[in-house]
Design a protein around this ligand. Structure first.
Ligand code: WT7
Length: 655
């Protein structure tokens, strides 16, 4: 047999690197026995995460598994997430410490101390109450990266309402769907946003969505564009600043929520085409995010931290808002593009704010690489202490570049694997202790157990690629509301669990391989979901938008990295009489932009006479991925129409 690389996969392939000694000496977590201790004392070990929080009422039980796999954490406990992220820091003498440092697209800067944050969150909380929002109601937040977004989220948390953040780049259709299925009773949005200097209308999108909803709901509008742009407020629409002024100084006591009460909804894209409503519970989620913020990101109170994620995604929830603020850190929030006004912006942000911990994605790092090392080299980065990455596999070359040109070989890199569903990081090295392997996320964190299995759920030996599963529950895990239990069971728990033996195994939906040291490399999705720009999109949702175009019969969307960037590629079949391919291509692009959003615009639309299909008529995404990534699929046996592979390669090349 030829060398298929499995030998190097088993050994982990690339050389390991020890954590830089300067970092290791000052690291927060230094106990080399932490994993062993957590394994021995599981699930009691998780009391250590709960101990990072302030509880209104202590919990009785760490983990209740009577209703597995719907596990309940810290049962009997009560707490408020906003109180944990704000109030207790005031009492701990951090009133004048900066909580939030915002830098706008046009060079604006705003700073909020923990005291400021407390005051504005309380005012917004009072305003929401005045608009009729109560405990357990849902508030949709449709805002770009403005300070008002974390403030709105925390205001909801303060009164025990759930926030439902919808990425501001989504189109009205996507917003309507996400508002309707959370039964939202209020909306917080803004007048517009600046895109590379020009003002774009955000409120028009919100109004279009509101018009499609059955009932009218109160809407709060943040003024981002300033007085040059007039915004007309309709009935039941309120100016954010006017509300904050009116309720300034309000005393809104934080609502003590049960640990198992929901904190928020967020949508992820599933295999069904519908956006899927995910829910996280207050106690376990906050404990998990606070614990990983301390353990993985080494963040202590007062540290300055910058994560480039949008707040519309889980990374923004867990590692811009809840984790870092629960730790009492200073969070940098940068609106807009990293290349505007020029390519120095990220490094200026780090230098100006003295950023100690920086968290981004492989895609962003690849962009930095393309721009060249002269940009980071032109700035003082001596404040940096630790670097993180998330969202997709980071190749060893990208890892090395990040390590050398951003971290000057002084900063450990944590390659953190997790998902919307997991709430917090589950696989990562411990930065002061574990050796790093460029390209492999790392072993499961203390208290986490993962296994790579074959399609029958049997554990695979090191080096053999399979499916990534989790064999024990964890505090920040998905906590579905009543109506979601059925599909959650089907989507995540059915596949690999032995229900009769009552042993539950969570399926991540990822393909992965583990090496002999227990380091896991997640290699991509196993289901019909694409990850583009670190946004997970259901192929079914995309394809529905595409096949709605007149003249298009079938479509398949795949993520690929033909130009070193992860992009979306569409393969489509058209009605025979349609020869106007360029017009069709344009219509497909327009449909995706209109129905999903501009961020999902395909890099290329390729027409093919047929899509590659299995004998049971399922599109073989693997074949299309292979075409885009220029990797030949050897085993065409599962294909009904193997002859299409050669044809696909030809049409792809002629694009
Ligand atoms: C999917 C989750 C969790 C924040 C970002 C996206 C992929 C995530 C890694 C990593 C390789 C990774 C997985 C996962 N992924 N982190 N370190 N290495 N792949 O959240 O939208 O829920 O997507 O992102 O495929 O399942 P999400």
């Amino acid at each position: 047999m030829v060398d298929d690389g499995s030998d190097s996969l088993r050994r982990g392939g690339v050389p390991k690197r020890r954590p830089p000694s300067q970092f290791a000496r000052g690291a927060t977590v230094t106990d080399p026995e932490l994993r062993e201790r957590f394994a021995r004392e599981w699930p009691d070990c998780w009391a250590e995460s709960a101990a990072l929080l302030e509880w209104t009422e202590p919990y009785d039980e760490i983990l209740e598994d009577d209703d597995a796999p719907f596990y309940r954490w810290f049962v009997g406990g009560r707490l408020n997430a906003a109180e944990n992220c704000i109030d207790r820091h005031l009492e701990a003498g951090r009133k004048t410490q900066v909580a939030l440092r915002w830098e706008g697209k046009r060079g604006e800067r705003r700073t909020y101390t923990y005291h400021d944050l407390h005051r504005e969150v309380s005012a917004v909380a009072a305003a929401l109450c005045d608009l009729g929002v109560g405990e357990d109601d849902v508030v949709t937040c449709y805002l770009p990266k403005l300070p008002e977004l974390p403030i709105a989220m925390l205001a909801c948390a303060r009164i025990g309402a759930l926030h439902n953040v919808v990425f501001a780049g989504f189109a009205p259709d996507a917003l309507v769907e996400r508002m309707a299925d959370t039964d939202s009773s209020a909306l917080i949005t803004c007048d517009g946003a600046f895109r590379e200097g020009t003002a774009v209308d955000q409120k028009r999108k919100a109004d279009a969505a509101l018009a499609d909803l059955e009932a009218s709901i109160p809407t709060v509008v943040v003024d981002r564009l300033g007085s040059d742009h007039e915004t007309r407020l309709g009935p039941d629409q309120y100016d954010y600043d006017a509300l904050v002024e009116r309720f300034d100084g309000a005393d809104v006591p934080p609502v003590a929520r049960a640990a198992t009460d929901p904190l928020f909804h967020i949508h992820t894209s599933g295999t069904t085409g519908e956006p899927q409503r995910m829910t996280h519970a207050t106690g376990g989620y906050l404990a998990g995010t606070a614990w990983t913020t301390r353990t993985v990101f080494d963040l202590s109170p007062g540290d300055t931290y910058w994560c480039t994620a949008d707040l519309g995604w889980i990374t923004g929830h867990s590692y811009v808002v809840y984790g870092p603020l629960a730790r009492g850190a200073t969070v940098v929030l940068a609106e807009g593009s990293l290349r505007y006004p020029d390519r120095h912006r990220p490094w200026e942000l780090i230098e100006r704010n003295g950023v100690e911990v920086f968290y981004t994605t492989p895609g962003v790092i690849r962009t930095f690489m393309k721009w060249g090392e002269s940009f980071p080299a032109a700035h003082d980065r001596s404040s940096l202490r630790l670097l993180g990455t998330v969202g997709e596999p980071i190749g060893p070359d990208t890892w090395e570049w990040y390590y050398r040109h951003v971290g000057d070989e002084r900063c450990p890199i944590v390659d953190t694997w997790w998902q919307t569903e997991t709430g917090a990081v589950l696989l990562s090295t411990l930065p002061g202790l574990d050796e790093m392997k460029p390209g492999a996320a790392g072993p499961p964190l203390p208290g986490i157990e993962a296994q790579v299995v074959d399609s029958d759920g049997r554990e695979l030996p090191p080096g053999e690629p399979g499916y990534l599963t989790l064999t024990k529950p964890w505090p920040s895990m998905l906590s579905p509301v009543e109506g979601d239990r059925y599909w959650v069971l089907a989507e995540y728990w059915q596949q690999f669990s032995d229900r009769r033996a009552d042993t539950w195994r969570y399926f991540t939906g990822d393909r992965a391989v583990v090496d002999e040291d227990g380091y896991v490399t997640a290699t991509g999705r196993a289901d019909d979901v694409v990850t583009v720009g670190n946004r997970r999109l259901g192929t079914a949702e995309l394809e529905a938008a595409i096949t709605a175009v007149d003249g298009v019969t079938e479509a398949a969307a795949v993520a690929g990295s033909a130009d070193g960037e992860t992009d979306l590629y569409v393969f489509a079949t058209a009605e025979q009489e349609r020869t106007d391919r360029d017009a069709l291509r344009g219509a497909i692009r327009d449909a995706v932009v209109e129905r999903i959003g501009r961020f999902a615009e395909p890099a290329a639309v390729v027409f093919t006479p047929e899509l590659p299909e299995t004998h049971s008529g399922k599109t073989m995404y693997r074949v299309l991925e292979g075409v885009v990534d220029d990797e030949r699929l050897e085993d065409t046996e599962p294909l009904r129409n193997p002859e299409i592979v050669g044809e696909l390669e030809t049409v792809w090349r002629s694009e």
